[in-house]
Design a protein around this ligand. Structure first.
Ligand code: CA
Length: 236
């Protein structure tokens, strides 16, 4: 029933493009390839793609320029493939409208994990699931997680949270009392099912949340560590 998602690869090194397209198709996606920036931009704006994979150094137009132009008309997920540190810095600096990047040389396993995660996020499955699950507020001790307003209050006071903070609290609240590993949380909350980055992302987020919701972040009462497993939200 699911129609095939379609990916555009813009890459001027033909052998890399060929291997990319091969791997993408093997994963069950449709794939088109453009070998220069101008053609890539034309295809990206005319075709209906679910994700763009852009090399940065391209003939006629860089991947950054393609990204800028595409962003004027579309929110399609864009992943940059970069070989250079300064390009990576620019992407990380969020001066571009990219959603993600991989650094050459990359493993296809890593790349495909990023592709899947970005497509899943953009196709709104996460949002849909949340909407389906959304009911009334969840109350845990003094915390109230309001799924309609996407907000958390503690003893009636609004807690300032980033989107990921909120997503993580909500996920744990919907499974209150159950401990999850960092890998499980990465998949559920960040959308990576094979994340080569850093599972410490989860630890950093947990510690940030604790500063906001715990009376004493060093001795948490809500967001607990389960030794040897991971994290859970606890309701006394
Ligand atoms: Ca290139």
């Amino acid at each position: 029933m699911d129609e095939k998602k379609k990916i555009l690869v813009v890459e001027d090194e033909k052998n890399i493009a060929t291997v990319l397209a091969y791997n993408i198709r093997k994963e069950g996606y449709d794939c088109d390839v453009a070998y220069d920036g101008e053609t890539g931009l034309a295809m990206a704006t005319e075709g209906e793609y679910d994700l763009l994979l852009l090399d940065i150094m391209l003939p006629k137009m860089t991947g950054f320029e393609i990204c800028d132009r595409v962003r004027l008309v579309s929110q399609v997920p864009i992943i940059f493939v970069t070989a250079r540190e300064e390009e990576k810095d620019r992407i990380l600096g969020l001066e571009t409208g990219a959603d993600d990047y991989v650094t050459k040389p990359f493993s296809f396993k890593e790349l495909m994990a990023r592709v899947r995660a970005n497509i899943r996020r953009s196709s709104g499955e996460v949002v849909k699931k949340r909407a389906e699950a959304a009911g009334g507020p969840i109350r845990i001790g003094e915390l109230v997680i309001d799924r309609e307003r996407y907000s958390v209050t503690k003893a009636g006071e609004l807690v300032e949270l980033s989107k990921k903070d909120y997503d993580l609290i909500l996920f744990l609240a919907e499974h209150v009392g159950t401990a999850f590993t960092r890998e499980e949380l990465l998949e559920a909350v960040w959308g990576y099912d094979d994340y080569y980055g850093d599972i410490r992302t989860v630890d950093v987020t947990v510690s940030r949340i604790r500063k906001k919701i715990e009376n004493d972040p060093a001795r948490p009462e809500y967001l607990l560590t389960k030794r040897g497993v991971g994290y859970l939200l606890f309701d006394r």
